[in-house]
Design a protein around this ligand. Structure first.
Ligand code: GDP
Ligand code: MG
Length: 163
């Protein structure tokens, strides 16, 4: 079975930036697959010779955090149904929000591996504020700068290890 990694999170955390970065390694094949909602982008990627599909979720990316709970629930459920692994992305710039708590609550119902990512950690000075995310009750998160690519290697190493 093929490996499918979905990137989930509220608007503006940096999902599409990471998605595009992951596809850089190859020709960017972004299309909407027939039969599934048009708001999801699929692409092929690989890490250390391991192929996988990436899903960029976020039909609710309207540039604000004013998301309806029902829409979040729908997106998260689709990701959980389709993916074999899930990247749950938040960002240090805006910090931990109620919506993040809600998304994580929904994700935890699945038995799939969840990789918790704190994005926009562009330099060492954001590492300390990122510790706020332990309030989710998690033991580990990955700090990432999708803008520069820093941290993506450690994340991908662990994701493909669990395939
Ligand atoms: P999405 O709504 O979750 O798909 O977020 P986008 O990928 O569209 O990014 C939202 C904004 O955050 C854009 O202006 C990005 O350039 C910016 N952004 C994404 N990743 C990073 C990052 O690692 N660091 C910083 N400083 N900005 C980022
Ligand atoms: Mg997006």
């Amino acid at each position: 079975m093929s490996n499918i990694v979905a990137i989930v999170g509220r608007p503006n955390v940096g999902k599409s930036t990471l998605f595009n970065r992951l596809l850089e390694r190859r020709e960017a094949i972004v299309d909407s697959t027939a039969g599934v909602t048009r708001d999801r982008h699929y692409g092929k990627s690989d890490w250390n010779g391991v192929d996988f599909t990436v899903i960029d979720t976020g039909g609710y990316d309207v540039g604000t955090d004013d998301i309806f709970e029902e829409e979040i629930r729908k997106q998260v459920q689709l990701a959980v149904d389709e993916a074999t692994s899930i990247i749950f992305m938040m960002n240090v710039e805006e910090g931990l929000t109620d919506t993040d708590h809600e998304i994580y609550r929904l994700l935890r119902r699945s038995n799939k591996p969840i990789y918790i990512v704190v994005n926009k950690v562009d330099s060492a000075k954001e590492e300390l504020p990122a510790t706020e995310f332990y309030q989710l009750g998690i033991e580990k998160y990955y700090t990432l700068s999708s803008a520069t690519g820093s941290g993506t290697g450690d994340l991908l190493d662990d994701i493909v290890k669990d395939f």
